[in-house]
Design a protein around this ligand. Structure first.
Ligand code: SAH
Ligand code: SF4
Ligand code: F3S
Length: 475
């Protein structure tokens, strides 16, 4: 019996903890898929697991540190299980694995497998190797670690099973990696250079997701709008606008989103797709990082504040209800009060409905980490606080302005309270409504009646529509 077949003989539990961005969420799903033929099914309890994968994020220092504290807890869990005569395979995947693989092996020798984001298709083989060295050594504790942080020539997507839909919303990775080298960012080092999947593979995966019940697909990429995959007529590559237009032809795919975009790649064709494709939702996460031209240049972003403003106005021209979201960094090296005021001014002009903002975190190996002078932590924190107050007020203002409005909501699952379902507005707000569970997967017309901390409360726009449904809901 081969190693893989031997391992598949028993059914086992897999616990995956995912940190970081949506691409990691997508990848965690793929890792679960590729391990399923080995007999692994998912559990949400690490203490119940035969295998634990930490799918990690390296973007800021705090994110990386969490991995080592989680590993400390896992070591205790693993020791307890081994003492009780059971085993636990621990794997570290994702961007910390890519950046600090050897260090993880040295600091945490109880880790069995360290694998970078481009090698997930090789995971079954790594599990077999880890088990084999355990058999040879006789004791699980002395198992030799498997480290694979290569950037293999063969794209992992060609070797991973097609994902199955898991509810009405799905992620679909279309592009990976980054060649932009913003001076603060680790992604070009952890994910490697830009790669776009062939359009035909994406269309096939999308059709499969829709056939499985997905009604909304979010196209993913670290630089999703830099997409330039081979079209079906090989010689011609497709840009993201073209890909979206073709996806919109799929029967039953009601909503399309894409994230994360870079302002430099927001071309006119993609902007026009927001005018032409009704399935494309009027919400865009378009990180600007700073409103100061001096800081944007120092960050190597390749665009100024006016370029950003122009893009936003073009988008609003073709889709007046377009809502924007952004990421911000405060206290990049050399940022003065004046630069920070430029950021506040841009925020006030654009008005964001959602945002993520962070203190600048120096990352090892990135150019900005060794710039002098760095901004004092208290200053970064004070600016972050001011910025977040403004951004929070904008979010609240937008949510409040939705009260009384009626829009289409895709119901995605059960809400917090009994009898409630939760769904997504076109602007990606969470919306709660009293509804029969059979409506999960339906797109329904709801009127917003209240604003809570992180969601909206709504009632059925047409009260007759809310009657219980007994069969699968398809609006
Ligand atoms: N590709 C996307 C961003 C990916 S990283 C883009 O170009 O916008 C997600 C966010 O993390 C970034 O937008 C940035 O705001 C933040 N980030 C990245 N590196 C950081 C660092 N060193 N310190 C603080 N925030 C950082
Ligand atoms: Fe990082 Fe810049 Fe690439 Fe975004 S575009 S992933 S911020 S290097
Ligand atoms: Fe983090 Fe890697 Fe995503 S560093 S944000 S998990 S690409």
């Amino acid at each position: 019996m081969g190693d893989t077949a031997k391992i598949a003989a028993r059914s086992k539990k897999l616990f995956i903890k995912t940190y970081g961005c949506q691409m990691n969420v997508y990848d965690s799903g793929r890792m679960a898929d590729v391990l399923a033929p080995l007999g692994f099914s998912s559990t949400d309890r690490p203490d119940d697991a035969d295998m634990v994968i930490l799918n990690t994020c390296h973007i800021r220092e705090k994110a990386s540190e969490k991995v080592f504290s989680d590993l400390g807890r896992l070591r205790v869990l693993k020791t307890g299980r081994v003492t009780a005569g059971r085993d636990m395979i621990i794997a570290v995947a994702g961007c910390v694995a890519q950046a600090e693989g050897a260090e993880i092996m040295a600091r945490a020798p109880f880790v069995d497998i360290v694998l970078g984001p481009q090698t997930y298709h090789r995971l079954p083989e790594m599990v077999a190797r880890a088990a084999r060295s355990r058999d040879e050594a006789g004791m699980p504790q002395s198992r030799r670690g498997v480290l694979d942080t290569e950037f293999p020539a063969e794209p992992k997507f060609d070797h991973l099973p097609a994902p199955k839909a898991d509810g009405p919303t799905a992620f679909l990775s279309v592009q990976e990696g980054c060649d932009k080298f913003c001076t603060f960012c680790v992604v070009p080092y952890t994910r490697g250079s830009e790669y776009s999947r062939p359009a035909a593979d994406i269309l096939r995966e999308a059709r499969g997701l829709v056939a499985g019940g997905a009604r909304e697909i979010t196209l993913l990429g670290q630089n999703v709008n830099a997409y330039h995959g081979a079209g079906p007529e090989a010689a011609v590559s497709w840009n993201l606008g073209r890909l979206i237009r073709e996806l919109a032809e799929i029967d039953g795919l009601a909503r399309i989103r894409y994230t994360t975009s870079h302002p430099r790649d927001m071309d006119d064709d993609l902007i026009a797709a927001h005018r032409d494709v009704p399935q494309l939702m009027p919400f865009l996460h378009l990180p600007v990082q700073s409103g100061s031209d001096k800081i944007l240049a120092a960050m190597n972003r390749g665009h100024g504040r006016d370029d950003y403003r122009r893009i936003v106005y073009k988008l609003k021209e073709v889709r007046p209800d377009m809502a924007l979201s952004s990421d911000f960094i405060t206290g990049y090296p050399g940022e003065t009060d004046r630069d920070f005021d430029d950021t506040l001014e841009l925020v006030n002009e654009i008005g964001f409905v959602q945002s993520f903002s962070f203190k600048y975190s120096p990352r090892p190996g990135t150019p900005a980490a060794i710039l002098k002078p760095q901004v004092a932590d208290e200053v970064k924190a004070a600016r972050l606080h001011i910025l977040q107050q403004v951004l929070d007020a904008q979010l609240r203002h937008f949510n409040t302005s939705c009260v009384g409005r009626t829009f289409d909501v895709l119901l995605t699952g059960r809400g917090r309270n009994p009898g409630q379902l939760v769904g997504r507005s076109p602007y990606l707000q969470a919306v709660h409504v009293l509804a029969d569970p059979a409506y999960v997967g339906a797109i329904v017309s709801l009127t917003v009646v209240s604003v809570e901390a992180y969601s909206l409360g709504a009632v059925w726009a047409d009260s007759r529509a809310s009657r219980p449904r007994t069969q699968a809901a398809h609006a």
